[in-house]
Design a protein around this ligand. Sequence first.
Ligand code: F6R
Length: 364
Amino acid sequence: GKGNYRHFMEKELHEHPAVLGDTLRQYLDPKTLEVRLPRLPFDPARIGRLTISACGSAFLAGMVGRYWIEQLARLPVDADVASEFRYRNPPLADGGAAILISQSGETADNMAALRLLREAGQRVLSVVNVPESSMARESDGALLTVAGPEIGVASTKAFTAQLAVLACLAIGFGRARRELSTLDEGRLAQTLLEVPSHAAAILEQDAQIRELAMEVAKARDVLFLGRGAMYPIALEGALKLKEISYIHAEGYAAGEMKHGPIALIDSDVPVIALCPSGPLFEKTASNLQEAAARGGRVMAFTDAEGEAALRRFAERVIVLPRIGEFATPILYAIPVQLLAYHVAVLKGTDVDQPRNLAKSVTVE
Ligand code: F6R
């Protein structure tokens, strides 16, 4: 049941800390700070390229995974939504490898991609939440997200659990390919292990996020901006908002705004910025300042180190716990999902069963 929560989505949002802890403990030894992966269907040290494919939020997790794997393991990654993947007729070298990501493990587009990949001689690893699902069974190997059943149609805890698994995979690949030292691995593992308690702290900022939601609920259009691995989280924020509140939202790479979407900016469009301190902060902040200079209402998520710079022009700044850059996509996914939830509640939509959507999409 829903316990004391109004919706399954709210309950599932509050499961983030526990689910992240459970999923990380599955693949990370907190004592030795080592990633422990089960036997994989391919050797990450021997592949020249990796394909990632999935749908919806799971695909956005895959986009973050691409960023991490390319950074930490120096392995080229191709990421494509499953419904488009096969129409590209992608050239796949024999002996190649792929990762498919899915909560349900029953998404028809993924199953079609899975069959194509296997016919093309690829070894397929699934990251999946349902162990007995078709995808888990038909893949060459499966890594489980330990999210438990997800009832709300909009994916929440399954998404961050997917990120946790992909983060561990990226570290494991980095080590296997000799791109990461034991020291690097320990530092990254330590950062990941800080995620669950910071996730709990973010859930306690609920009232602040609800206040932001009251502004967002009045808007007709909303822009979400982020750079680097925060760009897919901007897309996730926009997807969640569209899905459950029916407000039109777009996610953009912050630096791409000047190439078009900045034309949309006026005083009616909230610009939700995902802007943690770190190597991408300055450039992102200057993109946001451009939006503010054109009358845009910048509402930023950052940490204590980014706060002062953003306060100079942002209408609202929500200060999140500070964490190593590597883990920021996992952490920042939580407030954007929570924001969408509160906006939907304020709008009175059917949060757990949004119109036209199904939890498991079994048609292509
Ligand atoms: C977004 C959402 C959908 C699913 C997508 C894939 O909140 O729930 O976009 O992420 O339909 O579903 P799975 O992960 O079951 O393959």
